[in-house]
Design a protein. Structure first.
Ligand code: ZN
Length: 251
């Protein structure tokens, strides 16, 4: 560590912190084999995402949404938490990190052992589905078996509402409860660690600015430059698993 001043500084900030908030984006999950949909060459530069209004308006849009989701099922099912996720989980376990705010929809923080009530999902979760009207929960595998029979988009058994993955689609409002909790945690943070987000998607990208305004130290770990590098205390253009794993002391 003596010859790695960035690692020494990150370790010092973590050891001094009583209320860390970790903010994660696609970059932490690419190390688990989940592609960054927004990156150049990513899925959304090749295939326009389906807008929420279209999902509501059109049976064909709903069908296409589900076809695309099932096409990705094997990848989501095979993905396991990596060293970066484990380092974050360890910070929560120790009581250093109070919350994980994530833009990811893959559920890998929960899979790595972070209690679900400590994970604030700004873009929802794709590992299960729910009814848009009554919020009843549905498992992806159950929907897939039925969809494969006749390609009918799923309808809620209880109320007849549309069933959709529990993600926030383009054109869909940000989840108010998650946004409120994320803001409260951010304001309380003494250390705010961004891991794997280029901080271009608002309103999510406003959280690091808010943390900084309320006196937190800001650490940004991301391969590419971000719009907030200038206000960060440390910018680490390195592997999240390696640097955070080393700083927290887990493999
Ligand atoms: Zn329902």
């Amino acid at each position: 560590m003596a010859d790695d001043p960035q690692l020494a500084e990150l370790t010092r900030l973590i050891d001094r912190s009583h209320h860390t908030v970790v903010f994660t984006g696609a970059g932490i999950s690419t190390e688990s084999g989940i592609p960054d949909f927004r990156s150049p060459g990513g899925i959304w530069t090749r295939m326009a995402p389906i807008d929420f209004a279209d999902f509501l308006a059109s049976e064909e849009a709903r069908r296409e949404t589900w076809r695309r989701r099932f096409a990705m099922e094997e990848m989501f099912r095979a993905a396991a938490p990596n060293r970066g996720h484990r380092a974050v989980a360890e910070l929560v376990r120790r009581g250093t990190a109070a919350a994980v705010i994530t833009q990811n929809i893959d559920g890998l923080h929960q899979a790595s052992g972070v209690p679900a009530d400590r994970v604030i999902e700004l873009h929802g979760n794709t590992t299960y589905a729910h009814c848009l009207d009554c919020a009843g929960r549905y498992e992806i595998e159950v929907i897939r078996r039925s969809f494969e029979r006749d390609e009918t988009a799923p309808i809620c058994n209880a109320c007849g509402g549309f069933v959709k993955t529990a993600t926030i689609s383009f054109g869909q409002a940000m989840p108010p409860e998650a946004m409120r909790r994320a803001e409260t945690e951010t304001i309380a943070a003494d250390l705010f660690i961004v891991a794997g987000s280029s901080l271009v998607v608002y309103p999510a990208a406003a959280f690091p600015e808010l943390a900084k305004r309320y006196g937190a130290a800001l650490v940004i770990i991301n391969r590419e430059p971000t719009g907030l590098d200038a206000i960060a205390d440390i910018v680490l253009r390195r592997s999240i698993g390696e640097i955070l794993g080393a700083a927290v002391g887990i493999d």
